[in-house]
Structure formats: structure tokens, C-alpha cells
Design a protein around this ligand. Structure first.
Ligand SMILES: [Zn+2]
Ligand SMILES: [Zn+2]
Length: 422
């Protein structure tokens, strides 16, 4: 598929398409129809388009530093207590949920995935973009957004300009073809260009609208996929056991305004400014300078959650195939609304019964699960082998098999140091 095409080819294709759609009309049929100001404005839009495309291709999506060690649970609890004291109901810091990336041999923060093309973990990875030959992640999603935005706006503007040509042709349609306002080759040019402009414009508008929805809900492409999988597995579970299970709320949606600021930058006036980086500052602690994550923000290694669920709820919460049951709750009332009445005993009973049936939830939920659009995680560039196991909250637990011994010792030492600090 497209990911097998070398970046040189896809990028050249995009550049050729922009050149054809943006400049060929200006030097042909459009020339006599546009004023100097219209031409200036159109070329200003195009300059923004080029710069944002350049950054979408070259800017790093943001990778977690290899020496980063998850913040201790106690430190996070303290920070959350401060936040909650300040204002009840504001976002709090997520606790735990880190994985170990066996490819990078480093900690993988929440929302990061190992990209098989970039060969690195990418913070808040959205997807490996085929047309930019780059990952869309925390640190460059503002550039990607602006690229789509300026594409759509320039194409709409070009269409408006072309309407005056079409209008003039229509008015002169009773004339002989050689006395039309534009020449025959120019007419052919316009007839060839129009459907390409329309199809490209339509496709990119869909991408832009989808990306804006994602920014507004703070949900990456990968997370949308995960959420659909979670919902699907919950539905199967309900059907299978003929019982309602409480579905956990998606944690990273912290309110429209905060979501947009997290995705595009703190200053809304700079959202369309092509030279602004947008997104949170990437974590970079040095020996000399400690990362003040409470002030500087999560830096892509710590994430704010809405607090609808406990701060230590991992996301996505349930992998039915791996039977991570700790977040599944049995709702005795069988209702969506209201407080769930959790009957632990009854739930365990059902769980045992379910685990006893070898087939589990049947096919389609495990590794090979595909979304309604027919996509698997690999379609977004995620290296599924590199996803890594989830660690128990607190960092040190029983299922440490995949963690190298050195890292284990380091973790134990860090946990001990944190305990002594108390
Ligand atoms: Zn990795
Ligand atoms: Zn990538």
C-alpha cells in the first residue's frame, strides 16, 4: 500500500499536485480575470500552504526521552490533591498506565505508540501520514492541521475565482468557439483541472473536518480506533453474558477549549500562524534543569484527564483477549445511567464461567480486530509488537518479565527513594 511507496515519490506527488492546481490556472485562463489584490491574497494563502506542508513533513512528532522514568504515584497524587483543592472538577493528572517499549528499550508514556516507520515511540501518536511521509504526533499536529486548513481555504478561493471565468463563458456561450473570452487550449486546461480540483478539495475537506473533530474531542486517530474496539468488546461481552457492563468514560477529553489548546497551542491567535509550534512543549529534563511538569505541563509524558473515572484508570481500559478485568464493572441494575452497583461476587462468578468457555468472546476481538472502516492498528503505522505490556499502578509489580534487570533495579531504587522522601 501507500506506506511502501518511498517518501520521495509521495512528497513529489503532493508538490506536483499543488503546483498544477495552484499555479497553472494563474498563468493561463485565470490571468485576465483576477485583480492584483485577489492574486496577492491567493498567493499569500499558497505561501502559508507551502510553509505548513514543509513543517508537516520535517517537524518531529515528539518522542519520549529514553532516560525518562515515570513520575512516582505519590508525586502525582500530591499534584492532583493540589489541583482538586484549587478547583473541583478541573482536569487532573493521569496516574500510571506506562508501558515498556522493547524496541526503544525505554518507558512508553500514556498515549505514545511505537511507529514502525519512524522506528521510535511517538508521543500522542495520531498516525503515520502517507502524504507527509512523517508521523503526526503531539509536537507537529498543529502543522498538520494548518497544512489541511490552508489546502482547503486556497482551493475554495480558487473555486470562487474560477466561477467568474465560468460565468463569463456562460454569458458568451452563443458565440463562436474562437471568439470566446479564453482560448480553446485554456478551455481544455480548465475542463481538465476542474474535476481534479473538486475531488482533491472534497477529500481534503473531509480530512480537515475529521481532524478538527479529533482536536476538539482530544482523540487521536489511533484512540478513535481503540475506543471503537473497546465499545465493540463491551457490546460482545454484554451480548454474551446478557448483562450490561458499565462502560468507562474516555479520559483525555478535558473540555473543548482545553482540548484545542492542548492540540494547537495555548495562544489561539497563533493557531493559524505557520511558524508557531503548537502543542505542549516536549519533555526535556537535563542534569542542570529539572522538568517542572506541574508548571510546564505534561510534556507528552504526563497527561491530563477529565477525572470522570479514577485517575489511575488505564486507557484503553479493557483488552478482553488479555483479560485485563480490573476495569470491568458489573452493573447489577443493568442500566447505563446512574451509579453502577457493583456486585463483585456475582461478577467473579460470571467471569469464571466465561473464562471456562474457551472461545471467549469469539473471533474478531483480538489481534486481528478491525474497525468498521476495515482498519487495524498497523494501518496507522503502529508497530503492534512494540506496544508492550501494561505495568501495574505503582511501577513495581509481579509481571516484570519483559523489563530488563537493570531497569527493574532502577525502578526499585526510584520507588525506595520516593518512599524515603515522604
Ligand atoms: Zn518504542
Ligand atoms: Zn511514524
Amino acid at each position: 500500500m501507500i506506506e511502501n511507496v518511498p517518501p520521495r515519490v509521495t512528497i513529489s506527488g503532493v508538490v506536483a499536485l499543488i503546483l498544477f492546481l495552484a499555479y497553472s490556472p494563474q498563468h493561463s485562463f485565470l490571468e485576465p480575470y483576477i485583480t492584483k489584490n485577489q492574486s496577492l491574497f491567493f498567493n499569500f494563502l499558497l505561501a502559508n500552504l507551502w510553509v505548513s506542508y514543509y513543517f508537516a513533513v520535517t517537524a518531529s512528532p515528539g518522542s519520549p526521552p529514553k532516560d525518562w522514568i515515570p513520575t512516582s504515584v505519590d508525586e502525582l497524587r500530591r499534584a492532583n490533591a493540589k489541583l482538586e483543592a484549587h478547583d473541583d472538577g478541573q482536569p487532573i493528572w493521569a496516574i500510571g498506565g506506562e508501558r515498556w517499549c522493547s524496541k526503544c528499550e525505554a518507558w512508553k508514556p500514556r498515549r505514545a505508540h511505537h511507529c514502525k516507520v519512524c522506528k521510535a515511540c511517538v508521543m500522542k501518536m495520531d498516525h503515520q501520514g502517507p502524504w507527509t511521509a512523517n508521523c503526526v504526533g503531539m509536537a507537529n499536529s498543529a502543522h498538520f492541521f494548518r497544512f489541511l486548513f490552508y489546502c482547503v481555504v486556497s482551493m475554495i478561493y480558487l473555486t470562487v475565482l474560477m466561477f467568474s471565468v465560468y460565468g463569463d463563458l456562460f454569458e458568451n456561450s452563443d458565440q463562436d468557439i474562437h471568439s470566446m473570452p479564453i482560448t480553446v487550449p485554456q478551455m481544455v486546461h480548465m475542463i481538465v483541472l476542474s474535476p481534479i480540483l473538486f475531488i482533491t478539495g472534497f477529500a481534503i475537506t473531509i480530512l480537515l473536518v475529521r481532524f478538527i473533530i479529533q482536536l476538539a474531542t482530544n482523540t487521536t486517530t489511533i484512540e478513535s480506533w481503540e475506543n471503537e474496539k473497546y465499545e465493540d468488546s463491551m457490546n460482545r461481552l454484554r451480548k454474551k453474558n446478557k448483562t450490561w457492563y458499565k462502560q468507562l468514560a474516555y479520559p483525555y477529553d478535558i473540555g473543548l477549549w482545553e482540548n484545542l489548546k492542548e492540540g494547537l497551542g495555548k495562544n489561539p491567535l497563533a493557531w493559524l500562524y505557520v511558524f508557531s509550534a503548537g502543542g505542549p512543549e516536549v519533555y526535556s529534563a537535563t542534569k542542570e534543569k529539572k522538568w517542572d511538569w506541574e508548571r510546564q505541563g505534561g510534556g507528552g509524558v504526563r497527561w491530563l484527564v477529565n477525572g470522570f473515572e479514577p485517575a489511575d484508570t488505564v486507557w484503553p481500559p479493557v483488552d478482553v483477549e488479555k483479560k485485563e478485568w480490573k476495569n470491568v464493572q458489573f452493573d447489577e441494575n443493568g442500566s447505563w445511567e446512574g451509579e453502577a452497583v457493583v456486585d463483585r461476587e456475582k461478577f467473579e462468578e460470571r467471569r469464571k464461567k466465561w473464562e471456562g468457555t474457551k472461545e471467549g468472546l469469539g473471533g474478531g476481538v483480538g489481534e486481528g480486530w478491525k474497525s468498521s472502516a476495515g482498519e487495524s492498528l498497523a494501518d496507522f503505522g503502529v508497530d503492534e509488537d512494540g506496544e508492550g505490556e501494561l505495568f501495574p499502578i505503582g511501577g513495581v509489580g509481579d509481571d516484570d518479565e519483559d523489563v530488563p534487570l537493570g531497569e527493574l533495579l532502577r525502578r526499585r531504587k526510584a520507588a525506595k527513594a520516593a518512599a524515603e522522601e515522604e
